[in-house]
Write a protein that binds this ligand. Sequence first.
Ligand code: GLU
Length: 482
Amino acid sequence: MRVRFAPSPTGTLHIGSARTALYNFLFARHTGGSFVLRIDDTDAARSDAALEASIMTDLRWLGLAWDEGPDVGGPSGPYRQSERLERHRAAAAELLAAGRAYRCFCPEERLEELRREALAAGRTPRYDRRCLDLPADEVRHRLDAGEPAAVRFKVPSGEVVVDDLIRGRVVIGADALSDPIIVRSDGVAGYNFATVVDDRDMGITHVIRGDDHLTNTARQQLLFEALGAPVPRWAHHSMVLGPDGGKLSKRHGATAVGDYRELGYLPEAIVNYLALLGWSHGEDEVLELERLVRDFDLGRLSPSPAVFDLAKLGWLDHERIMALAPQEHERRFAERLPAGTPAQAAAALAAAFQPSLVRYGDAPAAAAEVLAPPPPPPDLRAAALAAEPQLAHVRALRAEAPEWLTPAGARELLAAYRAWGKEQGIGARALLMPLRIALTSAEHGPELPFVLAALDRETALARLDHTLAGPGESTPKPGDQP
Ligand code: GLU
């Protein structure tokens, strides 16, 4: 089995294309076949080496390594279409010689005119075959005179039946197809033809891609047949839609894989989510790559469009964050924090937020809740101040403790505070809430031991003093926030 993912380097990797890449990858791994990366860069004006590199970076980040490709080589290279132009031309020459293709001298203006007329009359634009039956000597003469000519494929009449592994039998009327240009007048093959010649020469057995290509598939199937090449098995998966039912696009939010990396999602969560978009796994939803490889079955992919659900992706990402080893989580959390965040603070905050974080991109905002809270609203401040004896006592405990507390040290301090409270007949809430408000300006937030461990002594004391100083002090003092 040989499959390929064939992006055009005219944009960054879209989340929908990543899904295509994933299904090709899973199919190859499941069957023990080869996963080929081919770069469809025949559109020289729009193709960009930097975009090619970014697509490869994104695929690698997702963990979708290819067996053959422009960087790793392989037996069917070169793996950029722009380096295979001679093969495309040779195949076009075969079709010309066999009478399956013809030269077309129609200038762009005429074709544009035909398009406009058809659209105005409500018809699908198609080439009117003016050049189909030009006498051979006229063709020779015009070519010799240097007149620009494209090569068109002569679409045979009758319908095309595409036997699809996901969608079953799809019938496409041949008259919907028009005679496609297979080699443009500049000698470069068009998408459909380059793809067929390369899929043939690379021994691709299964073409797995989005169903937006179905009309192309009909043309490509005819081209395989005309070249006398075996037709690969087709598998057209559904599109990813935005919540409003339109094709997932920028207006729905982030669409590029790189955007999701920036937002701090884990690649495993994205891969997991893209798999869930394709087929149902019953009860299990948090799935490792090995499980996806084991379960993958083209026949189980749903032909209906899938709606992208950011909340679901967030849930999967959160599940993965919770499952990470604490050190690994801490590393990922800390690298998102502003430079200069003390290591003790980063460690305590990472632990504090592991149970609630949805994506690592939220780490700075989460950390700021503790490291740089706004001043408390007046009612909270008044409530905290009403607990002056408690705050004074816990201030004394904090003043005696080391500059930085570990979470365990912070727990001990709080245990001492509660023991004192018990002697005084003060309940847990009346002890802890004023402390939380003084330290974070909020009634809710991460566990207090982590908050205490995230703030050095000076900062904690400054915040307690600020609350104890009463309502006159409405702006935080310098040094109150690290
Ligand atoms: N370059 C095409 C695309 O990005 C490839 C489609 C195909 O798989 O043939 O849509």
